[in-house]
Structure formats: C-alpha cells, structure tokens
Design a protein around this ligand. Structure first.
Ligand SMILES: C[S@@+](CC[C@H](N)C(=O)[O-])C[C@H]1O[C@@H](n2cnc3c(N)ncnc32)[C@H](O)[C@@H]1O
Length: 332
C-alpha cells in the first residue's frame, strides 16, 4: 500500500510538472482550502485506493465544483455560473495556453511580458464559461474581446464578467452572427489586437464526440459507459463543427490574412498532431511571415499552440513602439 501511495503522488506530480512554470495549478491541490472555498465539493471527495483522498472525477458536477473552487482560490473569481449542459473547462490546461502566449509576447518585448489593458486579446469561441479571458485578465491585466456563435454562451459569459468586480469592464463579448465566419463581423477596421486565441470545436460529428467522451469516462471511472452522462445534444455547437478541428483552423487561417494588419499574432490550439502538416502548408501558401509551434502538455495529453503573424520584423517593431512602449511591466 505504501509504495502505491508514493507511486500515485509521483505520477500526479509528474503530470503537474508538465504544466507551464507560472501555472498556479502546478501545486498539489489543497483539498481542505478548496472545500473551504466551495463547501459543496466535500460531498464528492472519496477515499482513493492509495489510502488518500481524491475527487470523484467521473461525476461531471464534481469537475465543475473543483473548477469553481480553483477559480475562487487562485484567481479570486466569486461567481462562475453557467448551464450544466455547457462545456466545463479544466482550468490547468486553459491557464497553460494563456501563460505560453504571454511568453510569446514577452519574446517580442526583450523578455518582458507586456501587461495591462493596452494588450488586447481576442478569444474566438469564448464559451459559456468565459474561461480564457478570466485567466488572462487576472494573470496579466489584458483586455479581452470574446466571440461566439451561440447567443446563450455570449449572454452567460457576459453575466460572469458583470458579476465579478475584478474582471468587470475588461472583457467584451461579441456575437458572431455567421457560423461560417471567424474574424469577419468581429474585428472592426480600426481594431488593433495583439493576440487571437482559439480552442476550436474539434469533433466532426456527434458519433465522434460520443466515442471520445465514452473513452474519457471509462478511463476515469474504470467502467464501460454506454451512454455518456454528458448531454451531448445541447452542446453540439461547442464541440462539433463540420470538418472538425482541421477545417475550423483552415477557415481561420484563410480569414486571418484579411486581418493581417489588425492583429500581431494569430494563434490556435491544435489537439491533433496529424493536422499540423496541412496547417503549415496552408500558412506557407498564404505567406505568413513567421510561424511558431509551442508544445503544451497537461496530464497525459500532449497538445500544441500554433502561432502565425503577417507582420514583417519592421512592422512588428513599429507595433511595439507605438502600442507597448508606455506599458507597465509586472512579469519578466
Ligand atoms: C471547444 S469550445 C471552447 C470554449 C471555451 N473557449 C473553452 O475553451 O472551454 C468551442 C467554442 O467555439 C464556438 N464557436 C464555434 N464556431 C465559432 C465561430 N465561427 N466563431 C466563434 N465561435 C465559434 C462554440 O460555440 C464554442 O463555444
């Protein structure tokens, strides 16, 4: 029993060690502090087979409560409510994306990460949970625009923003009226945006989504599940789009060219490694000036961010001179 216990915590630490060095979720979870933040979480804590305690992750509600507690404890978010049928994002991986793109801006700024509301970030597909803007505002003080094709998600994200004084007024939610568009209808001519980020819908069909969900639940609970506990019908727009992740990113890349002078860096998560080849090919074809791939790993899952810009080195320098030079710097 003793060696199992050691193995278990070693495994957990190994997984957490893959997170970005500034990710607050690298620490071992302090269940007592988290249950003080959100007492309801207590009813989902079970003794584990290694003699310790852990959260029953096979229950979607437990995952949501843990996330609520993490946002409360680490990020000072007091109100984080959205319908249960919406995607409930794991916080550590979402935080990693924000920290890695902060590093990307830092590289352009002689190693100092620009902080404060002169930095604008557009989150394509903000979702009902508003997760990326919450982390970006609380960690770096950036300003956010969040888009989504689902009016209910836009309303939910805006409600979260308005209900937390720490992020109120710093995140603007814009409805994308045409689901075929990514930037059109969202970025205005006069907008200047340092970063666009996106966690694209990655499944191409309901069947594909169900297969993956079943596998995930089986891995967590050790049981075979015929019908996933998550209500897939209600979340089809969030996780599914025609052509899946690849087509979504392709559209995004094509459209990005038209906004090449409005944005410094365009970025997207790419969860399937096999999609990279086609993505690079398209980026070269449309003459992106710089392309970067940033590896990320959370838990036992590897992912990556692909970033591209159409600004020449000279244009990048001018952008920084005119927009960032008066910024305060809090991180380096
Ligand atoms: C995988 S979810 C990500 C949600 C949230 N950002 C997160 O990481 O948890 C993808 C989101 O993209 C939205 N979406 C789909 N097509 C879109 C489009 N053309 N423009 C903006 N958002 C879109 C979906 O409604 C959904 O909220």
């Amino acid at each position: 029993m003793k060696s199992q216990k050691i193995m278990s915590s070693e495994k957990q630490q190994k997984e957490k060690a893959r997170l970005h060095p500034r990710n607050k979720n690298r620490e071992r979870y302090d269940l007592s502090a988290l249950t003080t933040s959100i007492p309801e979480l207590k009813s989902y804590i079970r003794p584990n087979k290694f003699g310790g305690e852990s959260i029953d992750f096979s229950k979607p509600h437990a995952v949501k409560l843990l996330n609520k507690a993490l946002l409360n404890y680490y990020y000072g978010i007091k109100y984080w409510e959205f319908p249960d049928k919406n995607l409930c994002p794991p916080i550590p991986g979402r935080a990693d994306y924000i920290h890695y793109i902060a590093d990307l801006l830092g590289e352009n700024n002689s190693g100092t990460i620009p902080v404060g509301d002169k930095i604008t970030c557009l989150d394509v597909g903000i979702g009902a949970s508003c997760i990326y803007p919450i982390i970006g505002v609380t960690e770096y003080g950036w300003r956010f625009i969040g888009s989504d094709i689902d009016p209910k998600s836009i309303a939910s994200a805006q409600n979260i923003v308005n209900s937390n004084s720490s992020i109120k007024g710093k995140i603007e939610c814009r409805l994308q009226k045409n689901p075929k568009n990514v930037f059109h209808g969202i970025i205005n001519n006069e907008d200047k945006i340092e970063l666009t980020i996106c966690n694209p819908p990655f499944h191409s069909s309901i069947e594909d989504a169900q297969k993956v969900t079943r596998r995930k639940i089986k891995n967590l609970s050790g049981k075979k599940v015929k019908t996933p506990e998550v209500h897939l019908a209600g979340i089809s727009n969030e996780l599914i789009c025609d052509g899946g992740e690849y087509k979504f990113i392709q559209n995004m890349i094509r459209e990005s060219k038209k906004f090449s002078k409005n944005c410094y860096w365009f970025t997207s998560l790419v969860s399937k490694q096999s999609n990279l080849k086609g993505i690079y090919k398209l980026l070269e074809k449309i003459e992106a000036k710089q392309i970067k791939t940033i590896p990320m790993g959370t838990g036992n899952k590897s992912s990556r961010i692909v970033a591209w810009t159409f600004l020449s080195v000279k244009e990048q320098k001018e952008w920084i001179e005119t927009r960032w030079k008066t910024l305060s710097s809090g991180h380096s």
